[in-house]
Design a protein. Structure first.
Length: 127
């Protein structure tokens, strides 16, 4: 798989997740946050804001992928957001379902690592 294709797939996944959370926040975030928590309106609103963030970041990556300067920077920003998601989940782990914590930390952590890898490699592709 090429660097560009890997970054494209990661961005497409982020965009799809963002759309899904916007459309059905309770269903998509229930495993992460706990079904009982997602019935609260404030949780749905915050989940939608995270969905909008992921949608916007995914679209930004897709639009900047061929830009040698901006593309790697946006990849790094996405990695930062994913790292914060993983850390926030760890910090809140006592209030969240165990399977949600494990899944979210694994996915967000892997996405952060992949984003940093793509950012670095794309920034130095011609070097």
């Amino acid at each position: 798989m090429t660097l560009r294709r890997g970054a494209l797939l990661l961005a497409a996944g982020r965009t799809g997740l963002g759309l899904a959370v916007l459309a059905a926040p309770e269903k998509i975030t229930g495993g992460w946050l706990g079904r009982e928590n997602t019935t609260q309106p404030v949780v749905r609103y915050l989940a939608r804001s995270l969905g909008a963030r992921d949608l916007a970041l995914g679209v930004a990556v897709l639009c900047s992928l061929d830009d040698a300067v901006l593309g790697p920077r946006i990849q790094a920003l996405c990695a930062f957001a994913d790292g914060v998601d993983a850390l926030a989940t760890i910090w809140a782990r006592k209030q969240l379902p165990r399977h949600g914590v494990l899944g979210t930390v694994a996915i967000a952590g892997a996405s952060a690592g992949a984003g940093l890898y793509f950012s670095h490699k794309l920034a130095h592709a011609d070097a």
